[in-house]
Design a protein. Structure first.
Length: 263
């Protein structure tokens, strides 16, 4: 049976530190603008979780919705407005975007100092992508030396894939293509396709960091089939309760950091 990487426990430690700082603030609370484009169920779920968590932590959120028929230029204009809005400390564009949109162009329209997801190419060093920060936290939990080990990544967003590759290489992993997943010591998946990863695709004793999330009939699924893989893996991030709570915690850590530097 694999060992679970408890994302909730890791997230609680991060959030405890955030709350302790926010309750001491004497000025306005931190403010986060969330831009949601399209109608993906997983994106809707993540945005809802972020809004609920913000209330608990003492962060004000402002949701801007756009349907998939919206012109890209309209979204970019909205981001430019938010860039100049002194009330807004951080801006989050929920990914992935519908296929018609140029993700790089939209992300690059965010002022680097306000990009809480840390995907802008000129983001300051103090802003670290919440997903990437979560992956780093998971790597610390996995009990092995990365040097000489291989990893593969399943992803939809090129920005995400590039960022994860950099983290893994820095940690000592060799990156192999996803069609060789059977050879990988570590798999990171962010496809949003329920239980698509079976043990036939995975090396015995490998670890999986499951970032994918899909909601169907009031149930949430990850990319990895946890039941099928239960006697096959060494480590697994559960869905729910794995990467999700951590990304939200690290997101608000960025919001607070940006707020403090703008105050």
């Amino acid at each position: 049976m694999y060992q679970i990487i408890d994302g909730r426990a890791i997230a609680e430690k991060v959030k405890d530190k955030i709350v302790k700082e926010i309750v001491t603030l004497k000025k306005n609370r931190p403010n986060l603008a969330i831009v949601l484009i399209g109608d993906r169920e997983d994106s809707e779920l993540y945005v809802s979780l972020k809004e609920k968590e913000a209330k608990k932590l003492g962060v004000d959120t402002h949701l801007y919705r756009f349907d998939r028929k919206t012109e890209e230029s309209e979204i970019i204009e909205a981001l430019k407005f938010l860039n100049q809005d002194d009330l807004i400390d951080g801006i989050l564009v929920q990914l992935p975007l519908p296929d018609k949109f140029d993700t790089d162009k939209i992300i690059n329209s965010i002022k680097p100092e306000k990009d809480v997801d840390g995907f802008h190419p000129h983001c300051p060093d103090y802003i670290i992508s919440p997903v990437l920060a979560s992956i780093k936290a998971c790597l610390q939990e996995i009990d092995n030396k990365a040097d000489g080990r291989s990893a593969c990544i399943f992803y939809n967003s090129k920005i995400f894939g590039k960022g994860v590759e950099q983290i893994l290489i820095a940690a000592g992993y060799k990156i192999i293509s996803s069609d060789k997943s059977k050879e990988a010591d570590l798999i990171i998946s962010a496809l949003g396709k329920p239980e698509i990863i079976k043990k036939e695709q995975v090396k015995k004793g490998a670890a999986i960091i499951d970032i994918g999330i899909t909601k169907q009939a009031n149930r949430v699924y990850g990319d990895a089939d946890a039941q099928d893989l239960k006697d096959h893996l060494s480590y697994l991030t559960p869905v729910p309760g794995g990467i999700g709570p951590m990304t939200i915690a690290f997101l608000f850590k960025n919001v607070l950091e940006i707020y403090k530097r703008r105050a």
